[in-house]
Design a protein around this ligand. Structure first.
Ligand code: HPA
Length: 389
């Protein structure tokens, strides 16, 4: 493929903005660059999986818990007619080695509160489980959001570890479907990649939701790239808009740092002034230019979900300074910064915010926009990651 031409827009973009680009770009480049701190090991795990209470199976997430538009589901995927067929059947495309590692998960309660002080022991166990399968040290950890499942195809020599094989992680998906950690190389750069993520709206505790990014750090990654599906709060951000995250509003009412701290990982009072790395944001935008893909920039508002917003809430979010809204990402960013990782991210806007179009939000519209824009974002990410090598 001619990398200088975006098939989506069908013409080079070096001389003009690509079709669909928002021209009234805002610049929020005041945020200083980020520090990078080591991630320390902690204490030993108290038990086989460190979890206490059991939970009935019928209380576990189902496919109804899937995030709209998110092909990398953490629930059971039953719909063969999903708009993201490639996401629904990743094994058909991904040349990976899945090593068997039976792990009883029936006693895991994903809603059980996990204090920061508990994370070191849990990360010890997670790190050991991964290291028994792969010695790859990732440069970057990537969380795949909406429509990006195809990016996993490009991971070379990938080792795939189902979530259920990792201690303390619930069996996120039906066998043979997405919900796994990949370790391999993307464009020559060693990467860890999460296909599927844990959302709070599924009933997961914040401490569980952020364990994947903390694990990235344990495995040696210094950078985390978070992607998600989002609604457009800036009226100019219609379906298909790709937005580099410049900052966030955590409106979930949760924090992964609640409870006794683990000083071995990060400080009690975490600074978030520079949460989204200006340096990495520039690198993402440069990758967009190189690929001829339009990238906007803006503020992501993270809400609990799973319901969409009311039109009044969208207006409120706009007044608060948000440009896009979704149901993930903010807690992962907080935890990653706490652990000294550099963070960057991109929202894939799948729909205009509630109330803008005058018609109810359409699930089909969300899925279609994700399917259309996912491959464009994948190209940007591939270029960005290759530049890290
Ligand atoms: N709101 C919240 N989350 C979303 C939306 C939305 O409009 N679209 C995709 N994820």
């Amino acid at each position: 493929m001619d990398k200088s031409v975006d098939p989506h827009v069908g013409r080079p973009v070096s001389s003009s903005l690509p079709e669909g680009a928002v021209r009234n770009r805002r610049h929020r480049d005041h945020i200083k660059d980020l520090r990078s701190a080591p991630v320390a090991s902690g204490v030993s795990l108290p038990g086989p999986d460190g979890f206490g209470r059991s939970r009935p199976d019928d209380d576990r997430p189902t496919d109804r818990d899937r995030h709209p538009g998110v092909g990398t589901s953490v629930g059971h995927i039953k719909r063969a007619s999903a708009v993201f067929p490639l996401d629904a059947y990743p094994e058909a495309r991904t040349p990976v080695t899945t090593l068997p590692a039976p792990q009883p998960t029936s006693s895991i309660d994903p809603s059980r509160p996990i204090a920061p002080a508990e994370q070191p022991a849990r990360l010890d166990a997670l790190e050991a489980a991964v290291r028994s399968r792969s010695d790859l040290v990732p440069r970057i950890g990537i969380v795949l959001g909406s429509g990006l499942g195809g990016l996993a195809d490009d991971v070379e020599d990938a080792v795939a570890i189902p979530f259920a094989d990792l201690p303390g992680w619930p069996a996120a998906t039906a066998p043979g479907h997405v919900g796994r950690l990949l370790l391999g190389r993307l464009g020559g750069t060693p990467v860890a990649m999460l296909q599927g993520r844990f959302h709070v709206y599924e009933g997961n505790d914040s401490g569980l939701v952020v364990q994947p990014v903390l694990l990235f750090g344990r495995l040696g990654a210094e950078i985390v790239l978070l992607t998600n599906a989002a609604g457009g709060v800036d009226p100019a951000f219609g379906p298909g808009t790709l937005m580099v995250i410049a900052d966030h509003l955590n409106l979930t009412g949760r924090t992964p740092l609640h409870g006794p701290n683990a000083d071995s990982i990060g400080p009690r009072f975490q600074d978030l002034t520079d949460a989204w790395s200006p340096r990495l944001r520039e690198a993402l935008k440069a990758a967009g230019v190189a690929e001829g893909v339009a990238l906007e920039e803006g503020v992501y508002a993270g809400l609990l979900g799973p319901q969409y917003e009311t039109p009044s809430e969208v207006r409120m979010l706009r007044g608060l300074g948000a440009d896009a809204v979704g149901m993930s990402t903010v807690l992962e960013c907080i935890a990653a910064r706490w652990a000294g990782l550099q963070v960057c991210g991109v929202s894939l806007v799948t729909n205009a915010g509630a109330g803008y179009s005058g018609v109810p939000l359409s699930h089909e519209e969300v899925l279609e926009a994700g399917a259309e824009a996912g491959p464009r974002l994948a190209r940007v990410i591939r270029r960005f990651v290759a530049g890290l090598a």
